[in-house]
Design a protein around this ligand. Structure first.
Ligand code: NAG
Length: 165
């Protein structure tokens, strides 16, 4: 049991060392966001922004702030799709909302994954799929806003330009 435990630790360490250089093995992005705002409000902002950017209208002058499609929304979970207006690539996104501090604050775990299995590089598009919704809905200006992610969790995160992607 003890030996197995150590082996797992070694494998995890080796795995993450490799990931640090290369990023995820598939184009995707995971971000943790924190707000001093109830999850009910965060939920409302995200859902209404997804619906606002349903059509192509938001992308007439470039960018990716369009072609979102709400798939499902329950109290603690939102699922949607984003289609790139240029390449028609589809990414699946979801938000899991967990209240803390007696429901006065909200922790959002967000994930975006490219549907096409062989896409490895995405110019940070999966990160921007999530970030653009946060920014567009004004949540990046919300009380207590905090973002946690890295190049290990998000493909090409540090070189992402969300005005373009
Ligand atoms: C992102 O791209 C836009 C449009 O090409 C450009 O104007 C802007 O300077 C870029 N931002 C960064 C940080 O590179």
């Amino acid at each position: 049991m003890r030996a197995v435990g150590w082996l797992a630790v070694l494998l995890l360490a080796a795995g993450s060392a490799g990931f640090c250089r290369a990023g995820p093995l598939h184009a995707q992005c995971q971000v943790e966001w924190y707000f001093r705002v109830p999850c009910r409000e965060v939920h409302g902002s995200l859902v209404s922004q997804i619906n606002k950017w349903r059509t192509r209208a938001g992308c007439t002058t470039g960018g990716q702030r369009c072609l979102y499609k709400l798939q499902s929304a329950s109290l603690r979970f939102i699922s949607a799709k984003h289609t790139s207006p240029l390449r028609s690539d589809v990414d699946h996104i979801n938000f899991r909302l967990v209240p803390f501090h007696f429901f006065s604050s909200c922790h959002v775990s967000a994930m975006s994954v490219s549907q096409t299995w062989y896409i490895v590089k995405d110019n940070g598009a999966n990160y921007c799929n999530l970030y653009n919704l946060m920014e567009g809905s004004g949540l990046t200006e919300a009380d207590g806003y905090k973002e946690v992610t890295s190049d290990f969790l998000c493909t090409q995160h540090s070189s992402a330009n969300c005005t373009v992607y």
